[in-house]
Write a protein that binds this ligand. Sequence first.
Ligand code: DGL
Length: 271
Amino acid sequence: MRTASQAIGLFDSGIGGLTVANAILGQLPNESLIYFGDTAHLPYGDKSADTIRYFTKTIGTFLLSKECKIIVIACNTASSVAYDMLVEMAGDSAYVFNVIDPVVEEIIQKGYKKVGVIGTLGTVQSNVYQNKIHHLDSSVEVHQLATPLLVPMIESGFVDGQISHLVIEEYLRAPELQDIETLVLACTHYPLIKPEIEDFYHQRGRQVNVLATNEIVATHIRNFMIVHDLINMEKKGRDTFYVSDYTTSFEKTTKLFYKESVNLVQIPLFK
Ligand code: DGL
C-alpha cells in the first residue's frame, strides 16, 4: 500500500538528514515527514557495516510501522551498506531511496569528469561512489577523501567560525583533492558547511563545483513521486522528529530549519 496521503520517512545518525528533509519540504511543501535521528549511536561513520545494518533494520521496522509511503536513507554511510537490505525488508510496503544513486546519476548526466568525494570513513572505505560511477562511465576520475572530523564538528555546532575554517581548510588542501572540478558532499551533514567550502575555493580563485547533494536527492524523489502519483495535495498534521537520545544539538538544528516549534519525541527504539 503506497498512497499519496502517507508520510515520507527519513533517517540519519543525527542532524545530517535534516538537510535532505529540508530540501524535500522546499520542493514538496505538502508532504508530511517522519524523521528519525539515531543520536544515541552517532556517529555512524566509524561503525562496522554489520552494526549499521542492524541500526537500519531497527529504524526501518519503525518507519514501516508508521506506514510511510517512502523511506529515505538520509545518510551516505547507511546508504552505502544497508540499502539493498532495506529495499528487501520494505517489499511492497514502501519505496526506499538512498542518497547516493541520484548524485551518481547527476554526475554522469552532467558529464563531470574530475570528481572529488568527501565523506565518512565508512562511505569512503565502501568505495560505493567510485564503483557506481565507474559502472556507468569508467573514464570519470574519482578522488576520495575520508573527512571524519566534520560530523562531530557540525554536530557540535561549529559551522562558520575559526575552528570549522581550519578543519575544512586542512581537508580541502589534501593532495587527493587538488585535481578536481566537482566536489561531492557525500555525507548529509556537509550541506551545512557548503558555504564555507565554497568560500575556500572562492578565496583561492579555484573553480570547483560543490554539489548540493541534498537538493539533488530531493529533486530525484520529487520526479519519482510525480511519475507514481504520490504527491500529497494537502498537508495533514505536523512533521514528527524522533530521536533515540535527546541532544540539544538536534533540537537547535531542527529549530534552525523549522522556524516554528518542532514536534520532537525521544523514543527508546533500541531497548
Ligand atoms: N550523515 C551521515 C552520512 O551521510 C552520517 C554521518 C555519521 O554519523 O558519521 O554519512
